[in-house]
Design a protein around this ligand. Structure first.
Ligand code: UT7
Length: 332
């Protein structure tokens, strides 16, 4: 039987920085409020002419280069995004494939908001274990600044742009294998986090006249409470199902939405400070890109070593959630 191994990681962060002080000149907020309530100090913002696929391409190039496989060996490309280059089609994954000059292989996007990267990890694992694919490029890429309302202080302080990518490859060695991926969704809470307009649920007569109504809206405080509850439960379940203790986890890499959420979940799970990976202060919430960007950070700091057990935990619009247990299994 083929198993799925997490071979490599890459990320891209646009150079332009939007600080809390910058935001305090745009909406009624302060650095003190944002820092205290979210832990965010700054976020990166893509250039106007930079698209989500541009961010994804840069992350993917690094992931491919670090994987030890040739790009001609990639046989599936999946992109998780809620800020695609184009509203319906073509998918951002196909554009990334074209820009990377990959073979004309299967490529598609998925929409699972901040849980997107965990979802595509699960999909890649399933394709590999079924024997259908051997080398899957997965990308979480977001230009959230394009769908953020910079007059709404409840949301605009949170979000940033960026991308992360990984190569997931077939292996016969069970020690290298992704151990488990758990995912779930509950549409009962659909209205907590949404872009309410622009789709068939609320069609527009004139998109241009209603510009601005396709932005993200969030019931922040309610989302916060459901997030803490769901993220904690999710991790307890995946650890228990695989008979793994939280002490066995080398890197706990939660979705970077808010430091207070991460702290509450980490404490509830009795994670030690050195286990918890934190990037929220410098990137803010980059939705589907946040987990791979955080993995890339520890990789580039030399902290992510062969065999290290990673635990991902994500939560987002839908509502969606997911967790995954993954040994880092580079080829070189
Ligand atoms: O990634 C997907 C999932 N997303 C999340 O997990 C995000 C979850 N939510 C959050 O992170 C937090 O709820 C927020 C950071 C969005 C808000 O923090 P909060 O502690 O839940 O604040 P709140 O919404 O309860 O608002 C408290 C007060 C309100 O004023 P009043 O009604 O008490 O006078 C808000 O109007 O803070 C006010 N407020 C602000 N004040 C200064 C809200 N946003 C701001 C702001 N600056 N940016």
């Amino acid at each position: 039987m083929a198993y799925a191994a997490f071979r490599s990681i890459g990320a891209y962060v646009p150079s332009k920085i939007l600080t809390n002080d910058d935001l305090s000149k745009m909406v009624d907020t302060t650095d003190e409020w944002i820092s205290k309530r979210t832990g965010i100090k700054e976020r990166h913002i893509a250039e106007e002419n930079e698209t989500t696929s541009d961010l994804g391409v840069e992350a993917a190039k690094l992931a491919i280069q670090r994987s030890g496989i040739d790009k001609s060996e990639i046989d599936l490309v999946i992109c998780a995004t809620i800020s695609p280059d184009y509203f319906c089609m073509p998918s951002t994954a196909t554009i990334i494939s074209k820009k990377l000059e990959l073979n004309p292989v299967m490529a598609f996007d998925i929409s699972a908001a901040c849980t997107g990267f965990v979802y595509i990890l699960g999909i890649a694992k399933a394709f590999i274990e079924s024997g259908m694919k051997k080398n899957v490029l997965i990308i979480g890429a977001e230009k959230l600044s394009a769908i953020t309302d910079y007059t709404d202080r409840g949301t605009c302080i949170l979000f940033g742009d960026g991308a992360g990518a990984a190569i997931i490859s077939a292996t016969q060695n069970k020690d290298e294998a992704i151990i488990d991926v758990h995912t779930g969704a509950d549409g009962t809470y659909a209205d907590l986090l949404m872009t309410p307009n622009g789709g068939t649920g609320s069609p527009h007569d004139n998109l241009e006249a209603e510009a601005g109504t396709c932005f993200m809206q969030m019931k922040g405080n309610e989302t916060f409470k459901v997030a803490v509850r769901t993220l904690t439960k999710d991790v307890k379940e995946i650890l228990q199902a695989n008979d793994i203790k939280s002490d066995d986890v080398k890197h706990f890499i939660p979705h970077q939405a808010n430091y207070r959420i991460i702290k509450a979940v980490g404490d509830a799970l009795k994670m030690k400070e050195e286990q918890v990976v934190l990037t929220v202060a410098k990137y803010g919430n980059t939705s589907g890109a946040s987990i791979p960007m955080a993995v890339n950070d520890i990789y580039e700091q030399g902290k992510l070593k062969l065999g290290d057990l990673m635990l991902f935990d994500a939560f987002g619009g839908g509502l969606t959630w997911g967790s995954a247990l993954i040994p880092f299994s580079p080829l070189k």
